[in-house]
Design a binder for this molecule. Structure first.
Ligand code: MCA
Ligand code: AMP
Length: 504
C-alpha cells in the first residue's frame, strides 16, 4: 500500500488517453507518464533515496517535473518543491534545513548550486522545461518497472516551505492522508469527473497548483492542459477546450482586462475557482457580468491544504470563502484567550481535520505553539462566520503580504534591507495593487549622512531575495512611527503609503 501512489499513479498504467496536453497540442498519455515516473523512481533510488528522504525540485513546470513528483511518491520520498524565483541564497537555506538526498534544478542554476550540494552530500541533477537535463538522461537508461514503496496514510509525502512571521521559513509536513483526503473532499465539493479538462496555468511548486489542481485531476482520471505559466493570450486560446480553471485573483483581474474574455469564450467552462489571496467582491461581480460565471472562491493554507469552499450548487457568495469542506471543523476564537467568540464576531480562525498537517519540519516547539491542546491549528487569519455558516476572511493577525498569490514575509525583507550599508532600519508593508492585490512597499530610515537611494537598496537585494519579494516602491523617512511599547506601527505606515499604487 502507498496511498498516493495507489490513488494517483497506479491508474495511469492502463490509460492510453492524454493526461496532459501541452500548449502546442501535443499530448502525454497516462501510460507514458506512468512509465516515466517508474524510470525516474529508479533514478532516485539509485541516487540513494530511501523512504522518508527528501527530494528537492526547483525547475520549470513541465510534464517531466510532474513525473518527478509522482516518482518521488512511488519511491516513498518527501517531495520538496521550490519556487523557481528563489535565488541561490534562498535555496541554500532550504537545502541546509531539509537536507534532501537529491536536488533537481534547471541547468542554468547548476553551477551556482554545485558548491552547496557538494558540501552537503546532495546529488544534484538537472531538468529544464524542454525535457532535457541529467535527470531525463539518467531516466532514459533506467528500467521503467518500479514497485511503489509501502507507505501508510500517516507517512509524510511532501514538505512545503512557508515563511514564518519570525522570518525563518518553516517546512510544513504533509502526509499521504492529508493530501488524499483533501483531493477527495474537493472532488466531491467541486463535482470533478473523468470528463473534466482543467486549464492548468498555476505553478506546481505550491499547494494550489500541485495538490489542489494535479492531485484532483489525477485522482479523478481527468485531463490537464498544462501551460508552463499563466499568460492571458494562452489562457484565452485554451479556454474553449477546457471545462474548469483554478486561479489566483490576479488571473481573473488580468483576464478581465482583456476584451476577448466574453460569454462565448467561456461557454465550454463549467467551473472557475479562486484562492491563495482574497478575491475582491468587485472582481467576482465583474467576472459574472462579463461571462455569466460566478467564480467559486475557496480558502486554504500550505499547513492545512484546503479548508473551506463556496458551494457548487448553492450560493457562491462574493467576498466570502464559503463553508467548511467535508470532514473539516472550523471555529473562530479570541486571539488572546483562545475562547470561541460569539457567532458573527471577528476572531482568529482555527482548523481541525484530516487536511491539517503534521507539524513543521524539525521545529517541534514551533509546531506545538501553533496547535491548541484539542488539535485545532491556529491559522493566523482573522475571520467571521455568518449565521448561515459562510466564512469571511477579514484580515490577518500575522504580518504577511500576499502579492499575486505569493506570500511575502515583511520580517524577511526587512532583515535583508536592514543589512544594507547606510540603512538604520526598515518596515515593509503591503499596499493595495490593482494587478497583484497587494504590492510590497519598504519604508527605510537612512544612517544620518548616508545618501543611499532606492536603486542601491534594490541592487543589494537582487541576489538575496526572489523578485516577487522585492519592494515595488521604497520610501525614506526620518524615523518609523512607534507605539509606547516601541513597536513599529504598521497601520500608521499603511495610512501614509497605502495609496502608492493607486491609479489616478
Ligand atoms: C511575478 N512578479 C511578481 C509576482 N509574480 N511580483 C509580485 N508578486 C508576484 N506574484 C514580478 C516579476 O518578476 C516581474 O518583475 C514583474 O513582477 C511582472 O511580472 P509578470 O510577467 O507580470 O508576472 P508573471 O510572470 O505574469 O506572474 C504573475 C502571476 C504569478 C501569474 C500572478 O505570480 C503566479 O502565477 N502566481 C500564482 C501564485 C500561486 O500559485 N500561489 C499559490 C500559493 P520584473 O518586471 O521587474 O522583471 S498559496 C497556496 O498554495 C495556498 C495553499 C492556497 O490557498 O492556494
Ligand atoms: P500559504 O502560506 O502560501 O499557504 O498562504 C496561505 C494564506 O493565504 C492563508 O493563511 C490566507 O491568509 C491566504 N489565503 C488563501 N486563500 C485565501 C482566500 N480565498 N481569501 C483570503 N486569503 C486567502
Amino acid at each position: 500500500m502507498n496511498p498516493l501512489a495507489d490513488a494517483l499513479v497506479a491508474p495511469l498504467e492502463m490509460r492510453g488517453d492524454a493526461v496532459l496536453v501541452r500548449p502546442d497540442g501535443s499530448e502525454m498519455p497516462g501510460d507514458v507518464l506512468y512509465r516515466l515516473s517508474g524510470r525516474i523512481a529508479n533514478v532516485l533510488v539509485d541516487a540513494g533515496v530511501r523512504p522518508g528522504d527528501r527530494v528537492a525540485m526547483q525547475t520549470e513546470k513541465s510534464p517531466e517535473a510532474l513525473a518527478l513528483y509522482l516518482a518521488c511518491l512511488r519511491a516513498g520520498g518527501l517531495f520538496l518543491p521550490l519556487n523557481t524565483a528563489y535565488t541561490a541564497a534562498e535555496i541554500d537555506y532550504f537545502l541546509g534545513d531539509a537536507e534532501p538526498r537529491v536536488a533537481i534544478c534547471v541547468p542554468a542554476a547548476e553551477a551556482a548550486l554545485r558548491a552547496v550540494t557538494e558540501s552537503k552530500g546532495i546529488t544534484l541533477l538537472t531538468l529544464d522545461g524542454a525535457a532535457t537535463g541529467t535527470l531525463v538522461e539518467r531516466a532514459a537508461e533506467a528500467p521503467e518497472d518500479f514497485a511503489s514503496v509501502t507507505r501508510r496514510a500517516d507517512d509524510l509525502a511532501a514538505i512545503l516551505y512557508t515563511s514564518g512571521t519570525t522570518g525563518r521559513s518553516k517546512g510544513a509536513m504533509l502526509s499521504h492522508g492529508n493530501l488524499l483526503s483533501n483531493a477527495d473532499a474537493l472532488i466531491e465539493t467541486w463535482r470533478f469527473a473523468a470528463a473534466d479538462i482543467l486549464l492548468h496555468a498555476l505553478p506546481i511548486f505550491h499547494v494550489h497548483g500541485l495538490f489542489v489542481a494535479t492531485n484532483v485531476m489525477l485522482r479523478v482520471g481527468g485531463r490537464m492542459i498544462f501551460l508552463p505559466k499563466f499568460d492571458v493570450d494562452s489562457v484565452l486560446a485554451q479556454l474553449p477546450r477546457a471545462t474548469a480553471m483554478m486561479g489566483v485573483p490576479t488571473f481573473y483581474t488580468r483576464l478581465l482586462g482583456d476584451g476577448r474574455l466574453t460569454r462565448e469564450a467561456t461557454s465550454h467552462m463549467r467551473l472557475f475557482t479562486s484562492g491563495s489571496a482574497p478575491l475582491l467582491a468587485e472582481t467576482h461581480r465583474a467576472f459574472e457580468a462579463r461571462t455569466g460565471h460566478r467564480i467559486l472562491e475557496r480558502y486554504g493554507m500550505s499547513e492545512t491544504t484546503m479548508s473551506t469552499s463556496n458551494p457548487y450548487d448553492g450560493e457562491r457568495r462574493a467576498g466570502t470563502v464559503g463553508l467548511p469542506l467535508p470532514g473539516v471543523e472550523l471555529r473562530i476564537v479570541d486571539a488572546e484567550s483562545g475562547v470561541d467568540v460569539p457567532q458573527g464576531e471577528i476572531g482568529i480562525l482555527e482548523v481541525r481535520g484530516p487536511n491539517v498537517f503534521k507539524g513543521y519540519w524539525r521545529m517541534p516547539e514551533k509546531s506545538a505553539d501553533e496547535f491548541r491542546e484539542d488539535g485545532f491549528f491556529v491559522t493566523g487569519d482573522m475571520a467571521r462566520i455568518d449565521a448561515d455558516g459562510y466564512i469571511t476572511i477579514v484580515g490577518r493577525a500575522k504580518d504577511l503580504v500576499i502579492s499575486g498569490g505569493y506570500n511575502v514575509y515583511p520580517k524577511e525583507v526587512e532583515g535583508e534591507i536592514d543589512g544594507v550599508e547606510g540603512v538604520v532600519e526598515s518596515a515593509v508593508i503591503g499596499a493595495p495593487h490593482a494587478d497583484f492585490g497587494e504590492g510590497v512597499v519598504a519604508i527605510v530610515v537612512r544612517v544620518p549622512g548616508s545618501e543611499i537611494e532606492a536603486e542601491d537598496i534594490m541592487a543589494a537585494l537582487h541576489d538575496r531575495l526572489a523578485k516577487f519579494k522585492q519592494p515595488k516602491a521604497i520610501f525614506f523617512i526620518d524615523e518609523l512611527p512607534r507605539n509606547t511599547m516601541g513597536k513599529v506601527q504598521k497601520n500608521a505606515l499603511r495610512e501614509m503609503f497605502g495609496d502608492v499604487f493607486a491609479e489616478d
